[in-house]
Design a binder for this molecule. Structure first.
Ligand code: ATP
Ligand code: MG
Length: 560
């Protein structure tokens, strides 16, 4: 019983009450992005929340472009947004554009004027701010507040017909200049803006403000629960005012209603659309889908899965209080998702050659290796082994420190899935860089199994020289220098110069030759990697490291 209560978030509690009280028979939610950029992980939270609720309660989920502000909206964004939502797995019922309701919004404004609830103002934006007062002082009445309905109707029509320049006139709702809620002090609901709109072209030169448009959009579509983020809490009285004054409240009963939840914030990560856009426009990243970004397309390109993002959103929960999540939790989720799903293969990122002196020259043998020890369903593959192999440079040391169990002169180690080998010699170049290591192997240790109970402490991975395939590997760090935090004092971003390291001579086993875009693998000991869709060529795949294998993240203890 207690568990059941715990597993329900506060929005579900509200919905269940509304359904039980007959306030609605079917719920309808929406995701209302402004098409002025690509979506990011925060939007994913909102999408999965809205979609998840509609699915859970057998209701509807709409995709609505909130495109009432013509300045920054573009078709490119309309398309990318749909692609991202589709990829996340959220299926929507209708694709809608708020701009298609401009005629109804105009009529709604006329209705308010006729009720004496809206008036045309001559004040400039600056004057309006001045007249609004402060949190401690009431505002001053607009000198135009007592215009007659006829005059207001005529002026509003003139606004619509292009008789005024931008900013010359606005339409204000008549509410309460002394309200303790600043949003209720006669807010502007329509403005003049001679701009071309991506959907309606030059049909309009007046555009509704968000606080007026949004409740109308919700009401027209029959949205029952309009979920938005916390910063709109103070706007809710205005939302309700618009709904009530326009007579929407009774059809359907008591809806739409606005519900706020806390935004997703990631510690030391650039999330805001505005900031991501800046990185893109300044060419600091390779487009909106740069794998270092937490844009949905960036996460997809990096190799995150929709399942991992869903898990991340579920773990974070839905709350009324702002908090910050760790990127490490997102990393935890992708590791959990890929751990048993994807094959574990061998790739050497920084290769040094090893020659096994007593292994027959020219011989290549195929070793059968399970694809994933934790998931038999993934089967096995044949991995070639030969006299010359490559290992990681860091897996050999001439003079090992204590507790170094990998390869060093005289030490025996296990080559993963292959044989025990003992280092007998090595060569260095003039700079002291190791160029070649010599070993002998024990043929009786095939498969990496001890032939006589003797133990080796280190197990290292390798690839056979003759059949190895050269690939590029990209390693990532946070684009922000975490020591210094996201922003400098002047508001600029603290960039990390090491956020991308490209290794262009990595060697992988031949099974990876045919890896396709977005395919992902565990490279044993090195992490999870995904084939970059953009920069890979037929003969030379590029692998993005999604995440390393080491985790600093601990799952919070669940309440019993
Ligand atoms: P940004 O804050 O990045 O500029 P935005 O709020 O301007 O994004 P919109 O297109 O207006 O982006 O948002 C679409 C929907 O996504 C809104 O309902 C908004 O509340 C929600 N949303 C945006 N950012 C987050 C976030 N960080 N966490 C949860 N929901 C979010
Ligand atoms: Mg916004």
């Amino acid at each position: 019983m207690e568990n059941e209560v715990n597993s329900k978030n506060f929005i579900e509690t509200i919905i269940e009450k509304d359904l039980a009280e007959g306030k609605c028979t079917e719920i309808c939610t929406r995701f209302p992005p402004e098409p002025n950029g690509y979506l990011h992980i925060g939007h994913a939270k909102s999408i999965l929340l809205n979609y998840g609720l509609a699915k859970k309660y057998g209701g509807k989920f709409n995709m609505r472009f909130d495109d009432t502000n013509p300045t920054k909206e573009k078709l490119e964004f309309v398309e990318s947004i749909q692609e991202d939502i589709r990829w996340l797995g959220a299926k929507w019922d209708e694709t809608l554009f708020a701009s298609n309701y401009f005629p109804q919004m105009y009529e709604s404004a006329v209705k308010l004027i006729k009720k004496g609830k809206a008036y045309v103002s001559d004040l400039s934006a600056e004057q309006i701010r001045e007249y609004r007062g402060t949190l401690t002082e009431p505002g001053k009445e607009d000198p135009s507040v007592n215009r007659s309905v006829e005059e207001n109707l005529a002026l509003f029509e003139d606004m619509k017909n292009g008789k005024f320049a931008d900013g010359e006139k606005v339409l204000r709702a008549r509410i309460d200049m002394a309200s303790p809620n600043m949003n209720m002090r006669d807010p502007v609901i329509y403005r003049v803006a001679h701009m071309t709109h991506h959907n309606t072209g030059d049909d309009w030169c007046i555009y509704p403000m968000y606080d007026f448009a949004h409740p109308i959009e919700d009401a027209i579509e029959g949205i029952t629960h309009s979920i938005c983020t916390l910063e709109f809490e103070d706007h809710r009285p205005l939302y309700d005012w618009v709904v009530m004054e326009l007579g929407y409240k009774n059809e359907p009963e008591g809806h739409p209603r606005q519900i706020e939840f806390a935004k997703l914030y990631l510690k030391n990560i650039v999330t805001g659309k505005r900031y991501i856009k800046k990185l893109v426009e300044e060419g600091i990243v390779d487009g909106w889908d740069d794998p270092r970004l937490v844009s949905i397309s960036g996460l997809r390109r990096r190799g995150f899965t929709p399942e991992s993002i869903q898990m991340f959103v579920d773990l974070g929960g839905i709350s009324k209080a702002n908090s910050t999540s760790d990127y490490a939790m997102l990393e935890y989720c992708i590791r959990e998702d890929l751990k048993v799903k994807r094959p574990r293969v061998m790739a050497v990122l920084d290769p040094v050659k090893v020659i096994i002196d007593n292994y027959p020259e020219g011989q290549i043998e195929m070793l059968s290796v399970p694809n994933n020890q934790e998931n038999e369903d993934l089967g096995s593959r044949e991995v070639p082994f030969g006299r010359e192999i490559y290992i990681e440079r860091e897996d050999f040391m001439e003079e090992p420190p204590k507790k170094y169990f990998r390869m060093f002169p005289g030490n025996e180690v296990r080559l993963m899935n292959a044989y025990f080998v003992k280092c007998v010699d090595f060569k260095k170049d003039a700079d002291g860089k190791v160029t070649e290591i010599h070993c002998t192997y024990d043929p009786a240790s095939k498969g990496g199994n001890s032939p006589d109970g003797r133990k080796v402490k280190g197990t290292i991975h390798w690839v056979a020289a003759e059949t190895a395939k050269e690939v590029t590997v990209r390693l990532y760090e946070n684009i922000i220098d975490e020591e210094k935090g996201v922003y400098n004092e002047d508001g600029s971003l603290n960039l990390n110069p090491n956020s991308l390291v490209e290794l262009s001579h990595c060697l992988v086993e031949p099974s990876l030759a045919d890896a396709k875009a977005y395919e992902s693998f565990q490279f044993v000991r090195n992490g999870f990697f995904c084939v970059d869709y953009k920069d890979s060529t037929e003969n030379h795949p590029v692998f993005n490291r999604i995440v390393s294998l080491k985790s600093s993240f601990k799952l919070p203890k669940q309440e019993a």
